[in-house]
Design a protein around this ligand. Structure first.
Ligand SMILES: [Zn+2]
Ligand SMILES: [Zn+2]
Length: 111
């Protein structure tokens, strides 16, 4: 995922190395998603870096995501090697949850 400029300072200086280690040493170049993105992969996602993506046939780009969406938190168990579709779906889920929370808070504020 491209890092948004306003978030760049929140990443550790050695983020590139961390990201590489997670994606290629730990994940072996394969998406680590086992359904947390909201899609049912029937187990672990089959997408592999640079190989055609199993669902859309496009070359897979593996990215490193933060499960809690906090770039500062680079503990191994907070990081996941995800293909772009899984990463997007996981983040979209988060955005929906946040939007719902904001709406609920607004409703409470006017009540
Ligand atoms: Zn995936
Ligand atoms: Zn997935």
């Amino acid at each position: 995922m491209p890092i948004r400029p306003e978030n760049r300072l929140r990443y550790p200086a050695d983020w590139k190395q961390i990201s590489r280690r997670i994606r290629f040493e730990r994940a072996g170049g394969r998406c680590e998603c086992i359904g947390e993105c909201g899609h049912d992969h029937g187990g672990r996602c089959q997408a592999r870096h640079r190989e055609p993506h199993p669902t859309n046939g496009k070359p897979t780009v593996l990215t490193t995501g933060h499960r809690d969406h906090q770039p500062e938190n680079c503990a191994d168990d907070n990081l996941a090697a995800w293909c772009a579709p899984c990463h997007l779906a996981y983040d979209a889920e988060h955005h929906r949850t946040n939007a719902a929370r904001t709406r609920a808070a607004r409703r409470r504020a006017v009540a």
